[in-house]
Design a protein around this ligand. Structure first.
Ligand code: DX5
Ligand code: ZN
Length: 214
């Protein structure tokens, strides 16, 4: 089943609980949480305390996207503060297999993220172990950027590989998702679609949500 995951990076941080509840009320059951360290990406978002404080406010799924250098140093703590899914960038670590093991040993779903320039080849041997692969459709660091259309081919390639080898990871996409790009990504095989500025900027979120999945 295809799903839209609102990125709370575009929420009002002074009213996070209100924004989460509003999205829950229109049927959202997974939230995308962007952690940026000002090192792996040229921006800083938030860390453990914010996740800990919103965790008791909802029982929905927290999908944590770590845009941090050396995720091996922090990944266990992100599991412990209540993330249900944790993904890290392959470009950010030399210890990918170990990071996956830590996430899984903590009972969470493990994902790897690929920047636009990073080929699928770089994670080929890890694919059987992953619960999901996140294809960045913009360069990570900021909300509101323009979708990179060449990424559609990458989604298609990954979906093909999944079918050939009978893998069961989900394909997630992140960056520049709107009604048009959502459809294009789903047509190529994406299952989970992160949406930030487009959904939060919509005056009628319920209607927009429906359009994003049409
Ligand atoms: C970008 C983040 C995204 C971002 C998406 O680095 O990983 O999750 O919030 O925002 P939009 O949908 O505005 O591109
Ligand atoms: Zn993200």
């Amino acid at each position: 089943m295809k799903k839209i995951l609102p990125s709370i990076l575009s929420a009002d941080f002074a009213n996070l609980e209100r924004d989460i509840k509003e999205l829950e009320s229109i049927g959202i059951d997974m939230f995308h949480i962007d952690v940026m360290d000002g090192n792996f990406v040229p921006n800083i978002s938030f860390g453990f305390p914010i996740i800990e404080s919103i965790r008791p406010k909802t029982d929905k799924v927290f999908d944590c996207h770590l845009m941090i250098a050396n995720p091996e140093n922090y990944v266990e703590q992100f599991c412990k503060v209540g993330c249900d899914m944790v993904s890290f960038h392959i470009e950010a670590t030399n210890h990918a297999d170990r990071v996956i093991q830590v996430i899984k040993n903590n009972g969470k779903k493990a994902g790897i993220v690929l920047n636009p320039q990073t080929p699928i080849e770089s994670i080929k041997y890890l694919l059987p172990k992953l619960n999901y692969v996140l294809i960045m459709t913009v360069n990570p660091g900021f909300g509101g950027q323009k979708f990179i259309p060449e990424m559609l081919e990458k989604i298609e390639e990954l979906a093909k590989l999944r079918e050939e080898k009978n893998y069961n990871f989900l394909i997630e996409v992140d960056g520049g998702i709107n009604i048009e790009t959502s459809k294009a990504c789903r047509d190529k095989g994406a299952d989970l679609l992160v949406c930030g500025s487009f959904l939060f900027g919509a005056s009628d979120k319920e209607k927009t949500l429906g359009e994003l999945l049409k």
